[in-house]
Design a protein around this ligand. Structure first.
Ligand code: NAP
Length: 330
């Protein structure tokens, strides 16, 4: 079967190689899956570059979320974790065997029923971006109906999910994007106000849109300048959710400033909930499935590409030129 593999660190388009390898064998706690769709996430590029918190051993296959069919369950897998053969599921691949392949292994405990309301690409994309958005906005920031939510990289993967979840929660959403095309996308996603970081003054725009009060919650997958601007337009008792550093710059918060303005800086590592509170991850999946069935959320799939085009797609996500989720369909 065909799988993309990385043998050394570097730029995704240079180090990802499409190879013919034997089908993987599921061990205890693992499930063999035929991949229908695998979402490209920013961490795939970080893993290629050796800059992610997870460093799979070489050679590894990137691809951290998928929708697929269960082909076989590894011997010794606890009965409660064993999904039905043939079922259509979403899951997190068991790295170093990731999702950019014709078949792969997933952790049995991560297997969940694919939402019936969504197609394969949308189902794959309902996972990491939306779970991260849900935990960030609800569990960490306790977003309330009527509050103002500021989302950086609002047309991106996790950003577009946060916009939709913010609207579903009854918040007023301000989206920050880079460029005119992404501004159109952010409007289509439901942002009430759109700020183009290349043209507009983010701080002035947020203050104007909130009558000088500022944003109650900031969802920040970018870091760097986005964080620096956020602390200048955060409301009294506001909450800034630190989601990622797509800009490559990790901010160093001024705690004296947080004290003076009464705001909170909240870290979010969604993956940790899989071990610290798996029941909450399942409850979130059920909530997201219901929101999708209701039409309140629908992942924005900007590109559906064959397996052969995967390396270029991972590179483009890293370069910041994509919108929504790019999905590989082997
Ligand atoms: N904390 C967690 O548990 C968790 C879970 C999932 C993902 N993440 C993180 O969330 C971030 C976003 O992931 P994603 O897959 O959804 O990617 P993405 O948002 O689709 O892509 C990154 C976006 O960041 C913006 N950006 C701003 N400055 C940039 C720069 N210098 N270079 C590249 N992009 C830049 C770009 O949008 P604009 O041009 O519109 O600004 C770009 O489209 C990543 O840092 C990822 O690691 C964290």
């Amino acid at each position: 079967m065909k799988a993309w593999r990385v043998h050394n660190n570097g730029e995704p388009r240079e180090v990802m190689r499409l190879e013919d390898i034997p089908d993987p064998e599921p061990g205890a706690g693992e499930v063999l899956v035929r991949v229908r769709a695998a979402g490209v996430n920013f961490p795939d590029a970080l893993m290629c570059r050796g800059e992610y918190q997870v460093r799979p051993p070489f050679p590894f296959t990137p691809g951290v979320e998928l929708c697929g069919d269960v082909l076989a369950v590894g011997e010794g897998t606890p009965e409660g974790d064993a999904p039905e053969t043939g079922s259509r599921v979403i899951a997190q691949p068991a790295l170093p065997m990731g999702g950019f392949a014709e078949t792969t292994l997933v952790a049995a405990a991560s297997v969940r029923k694919a939402p019936e309301a969504l197609d394969d690409a949308e189902s794959a994309a309902l996972h990491i971006g939306y779970q991260t958005g849900w935990f960030g906005l609800h569990r960490r920031a306790r977003l309330q109906r009527g509050e103002t939510l500021l989302v950086h990289a609002a047309a991106g993967g996790v950003g577009s999910a946060a916009v939709q979840l913010g609207k579903a929660a009854g918040a007023r959403v301000i989206g920050v994007v880079g460029g005119k095309a992404k501004a159109d996308t952010a409007r289509e996603l439901g942002c009430d106000v759109v700020v183009d970081r290349r043209e507009d003054d983010i701080v002035a725009a947020v203050k104007e849109a909130t009558g000088g009060r500022g944003a109650d919650v900031v969802y920040d997958p970018v870091g760097g300048d986005a964080y620096a601007k956020s602390v200048k337009c955060i409301a009294f008792e506001g909450r800034i959710v630190v989601v990622g550093f797509a800009s490559g710059a990790v901010p160093t918060p001024g705690l004296n400033h947080a004290l003076i303005k009464n705001y909170s800086v909240l870290g979010l590592h969604w993956g940790l909930y899989n071990t610290k509170d798996p029941a909450a991850v399942q409850a979130c999946h059920e909530e997201l499935t219901a929101l999708a069935a209701d039409g309140q959320v629908k992942p924005l799939i900007s590109e559906r590409l064959p397996l052969e085009e995967c390396a270029g797609a991972v590179q483009r996500v890293f370069d910041g030129t994509t919108t929504g989720r790019v999905v590989i369909q082997p």
